[in-house]
Design a protein around this ligand. Structure first.
Ligand SMILES: [Zn+2]
Length: 217
């Protein structure tokens, strides 16, 4: 039995672009309070989502810019969301990275060109069960062949995006299903899944500094 685990649950803290219309200065203070906790390992989800514009694009950029400042102030990495907003997102992240920001573009579903652009900014890229979707995931299936292995993360986007290659399908997605995402990526890259899983675990541990929490060497 494992004992002496100082932290068993970690989180991020941020305002999603869907909720950006409600951004205000009081939220900045609340997020500061959350991020002061070592177990709160990243700022996010934050970013831009012009797919359905639940918040106006201008308000999304305002809330995103404020959270980029928060990441700079706290020294924490970013958990990033970008959907149908590549140009604005790229320009804002280019400036943030130049000022020292680090982060992962979560649930990446874009093209090889977009993956290369993000990797060129030294951003990490999170891949979900979307990569197992033969209908919607074709661009991503091409992109994961060339994303640098030291930039890849495995993620669920639970409860959504259950891997379609999973042997047993539940009505919801969960972390146990990450093995299927790793398997799909390994098959597409022509490598063994253990090496993909190990690299992705190391990348997540590095970005979120899990060693500081005693969670990963
Ligand atoms: Zn998201």
């Amino acid at each position: 039995m494992r004992t002496n685990i100082p932290v068993t649950c970690i989180s991020t803290a941020g305002v999603h672009p869907h909720s950006a219309d409600g951004w205000n200065e009081a939220m900045r203070e609340v997020l500061h309070t959350f991020l002061a906790d070592a177990a709160c390992v990243a700022v996010g989800e934050t970013g831009l989502d012009y797919n359905r514009n639940f918040s106006t694009p201008a308000n999304q950029r305002r809330a995103f810019a404020a959270q980029l400042e928060l990441a700079a102030e706290t020294g924490k990495p970013l958990f990033l969301h970008c959907r149908d907003a590549f140009d604005d997102f790229y320009m804002m992240m280019r400036d943030a990275v130049a000022a020292g920001a680090q982060g992962v573009v979560h649930c990446f579903t874009g093209s090889q060109d977009e993956a290369e652009a993000f990797a060129g900014l030294r951003l990490d890229i999170g891949v979900t069960g979307w990569v197992t979707d033969l209908a919607r995931g074709q661009a991503l299936r091409e992109a994961v062949k060339t994303i640098p292995l030291n930039r890849l993360h495995l993620e669920t986007d639970a409860p959504y995006l259950s891997p379609k290659n999973a042997k047993k399908r539940r009505p919801y997605n969960e972390p146990a299903n990450l093995v299927w995402v790793a398997r799909a990526i390994a098959e597409l890259r022509g490598v063994d899944e253990t090496s993909v899983a190990q690299a992705c675990t190391n990348n997540s541990s590095r970005l979120f500094r899990l060693a500081n929490l005693g969670l990963h060497p």
